[in-house]
Write a protein that binds this ligand. Structure first.
Ligand code: ZN
Length: 247
């Protein structure tokens, strides 16, 4: 192996959690060498993401649209584990929706991640990225489930959604929403109406979805305690422009 490749391999293993001594043994290298290579690596991605974290830089995100989309995806089916040594952002996507998978990955890369891992599970793929700075960007993170705690947006997050409500709504519907066909039989004839549903156990997240739909001028109603429906023809047509069927 090329010396640079060995060094990269050692750093990769370290980022993935292997200890310096085990890497030294595994790659048959002196401990001080591996230590020198890895000591500044620190936490996964930390060398680079600090520069990229728009909260720590106290600037607006480079790509607000991507952040708005990622925020919607995170509130829908995302999970930010802050208990680990290095926080990890995980967003679950249905494996069959390959376009959505790519779109979420692009949003993670555009926002902060240098690398996104795809972890396959039964029928779904977890997109995950490690960085100390994910909690700066998603201060809603906390212990337990999202519907068991208050979820509110910070003023700076609201400002981004106000500028990009469509991207936020798209992220929400791509994760916890769907476009279905409602069939109604009237006088022997079948009528089909498309409608959108967004289901989430958190009343706060449902309210945020409703707020963003209001910003877009999309009519909606709560059809169940934990679900919101967009069924009016003009409202569905508007959402078709912003969200569309999952793929
Ligand atoms: Zn930060």
């Amino acid at each position: 192996m090329h010396p640079l490749a060995i060094r990269r391999q050692a750093q990769l293993e370290h980022r993935n959690g292997s200890s310096i001594s085990s890497i030294a043994v595994h790659l048959d290298l002196p401990y001080p060498t591996v230590h020198r290579w890895c000591r500044n690596e620190g936490a996964p991605d930390s060398r680079f993401t600090e520069d990229r974290c728009f909260r720590c830089r106290a600037t607006a995100p480079t790509d607000q649209l991507q952040y708005a989309y990622l925020l919607g995806s995170y509130l829908g089916d995302g999970h930010l584990v802050t208990a680990a040594k290095v926080p990890v952002l995980r967003i679950s996507c249905t494996a069959a929706y390959t376009d959505i998978l790519d779109q979420v990955e692009r949003a993670m890369l555009a926002t902060l991640a240098n690398r996104v891992q795809r972890i396959r599970q039964k029928g779904c793929v977890n997109l995950q990225s490690y960085s100390k700075h994910w909690p700066c960007l998603f201060p809603q993170a906390g212990p337990g489930k999202k519907h068991d705690r208050k979820i509110d947006l910070e003023p700076w997050q609201r400002a981004i959604v106000l500028d990009h409500p469509a991207a936020f709504v798209q992220g929400l519907f791509h994760s916890d929403g769907c476009r279905t066909i409602n069939r109604i039989v009237k006088a022997g004839r079948t009528y089909e109406y498309p409608r959108y549903l967004f289901a989430n156990e958190s009343a706060d997240i449902l309210a945020l979805c409703g707020w963003a739909l209001d910003l877009l001028g999309v009519a909606w109603r709560l059809n169940r305690r934990n679900s919101l429906s967009v069924a009016r023809r003009d409202a569905v047509a508007l959402l078709d422009r912003h969200v569309g069927p999952k793929s």
